[in-house]
Design a binder for this molecule. Structure first.
Ligand code: SF4
Ligand code: SF4
Length: 366
């Protein structure tokens, strides 16, 4: 049977003519017309989920794009528009305010922080997930995400904006407990710290009190240096590495998305300022690749796959890597060569538990 292909729209950042109509914001406005908002959001309550970043971060989505989206929704007759993130106050310094964007900006968990829904997941440490009520109770949900690398699953985009973004810290903690990759037998460890010295990524931390070590899997690229230097053979490679974390992210995302009819969902990925780490690091670094543009559509799997496909290793700007870091000598996506985690795994897991197509037809918005 022929695999069905989903449509994704693409706005290229490259400018053909030196006029404003040829620029990315203008193309984004035309892309939004393709989504036929007048038929889809009229008289509805629309929620836009974003990540506002924090600290000294400046590589989040430019407010101009958010304003263009809000204006398009207003023009289409949306009854109420709200933008959500876990901590609205963190967005003020980056220009995400009601005055600038022209709509309400709310906490995903309501003003009390307790507006939550609980859903069973049943995967290892992830027994259940809680979802922010403001996000769960929209009539129409827009996932507006910034594409960047991520140490735990390779990348962050639409999927991560839900899995880590619409859930409280307690659920995020359960997902993080799925991280792994090394089997560490604490009883065998004599605290010599050779493993700490051997790790090129600072992924092993000293447990001073216990004279033991612990692993920060976000930074681990599974090079196995620690396995080789350990005199007590206290560290071994696990069968599963980052895959459980990626699966947990996908399961949580699928559970949230199933609350909505597919026609009431939209995914927009902004591919500018593509940095090595997530926007929650409270800082920004130089871009890993030149800016690309915007990908949007109704199929999250297709939108995420197309976004990843557009980020190419041959376009790497070395300045985007921290000094001393280089690409791993492995095959795979640029994000895998940086983080040691295949970014497509998480998207494929979502396809398994939610649906969608990794096969897509890309329509360029001129
Ligand atoms: S090298 Fe082995 S014995 Fe030494 S601290 Fe690391 S795990 Fe423990
Ligand atoms: S496998 Fe490599 S990156 Fe991971 S903790 Fe061990 S030495 Fe560090």
């Amino acid at each position: 049977m022929k695999k069905s292909r989903s449509t994704v729209f693409f706005a290229d950042i490259a400018v053909e003519k030196m006029e404003k109509n040829s620029t990315l914001p203008a193309k984004f406005g035309r892309m939004l017309k393709e989504f036929k908002f007048a038929d889809r959001v009229k008289d509805k309550q629309v929620g836009i989920k974003m990540h506002f970043g924090g600290g000294l971060g400046y590589t989040t989505i430019h407010p101009l794009f958010v304003k263009i989206l809000v204006d398009a929704l207003k023009e289409a007759g949306a009854k109420k528009i709200k933008i959500m993130d876990n901590d609205p106050a963190s967005g003020v310094v980056r220009g995400y305010t009601t005055e600038i964007l022209g709509c309400n900006i709310v906490s995903t968990f309501g003003s009390t922080g307790k507006y939550l829904y609980k859903e069973k997941i049943g995967f290892k440490t992830l027994d259940y997930a809680e979802f922010g009520g403001e996000a769960a109770d929209c009539d129409f949900f827009i996932d507006l995400s910034h594409i960047k690398g991520h140490g735990d699953c390779g990348f962050g985009g639409a999927l991560k904006n839900i899995a880590m973004g619409v859930v409280p810290s307690s659920t995020r903690g359960k997902i993080h407990r799925l991280e792994g990759g090394l089997d560490y037998e604490e009883d065998k460890c004599n605290g010599c710290q050779r493993c700490i010295g051997s790790c090129p990524n600072g992924a092993i931390l000293e447990e001073k009190e216990k004279k033991k070590v612990r692993f920060f899997y976000h930074h681990c690229t599974y090079c196995q240096h620690c396995v080789m230097v350990c005199p007590k053979k206290a560290i071994k490679m696990s069968k599963r590495k980052f895959e459980d974390f990626s699966k947990g992210m996908a399961l949580v995302t699928a559970k949230f998305l199933k609350r909505f009819a597919p026609e009431n969902l939209l995914f927009i990925n902004i591919l500018t300022n593509i940095t090595i780490y997530c926007d929650c690091w409270n800082m920004s670094t130089a871009s890993l690749v030149p800016d690309i543009g915007i990908v949007g559509g109704s199929d999250i799997v297709a939108v995420e796959t197309a976004s990843l496909d557009l980020v190419k290793t041959e376009n790497l700007i070395k300045q985007g890597l921290p000094k001393g870091r280089d690409l791993l000598n492995i095959k795979g996506h640029l994000f895998e060569k940086i983080h040691g985690k295949d970014p497509y795994v998480m998207v494929k897991e979502l396809q398994k538990c939610y649906g969608g197509s990794s096969s897509y037809e890309m329509k360029e918005v001129k």
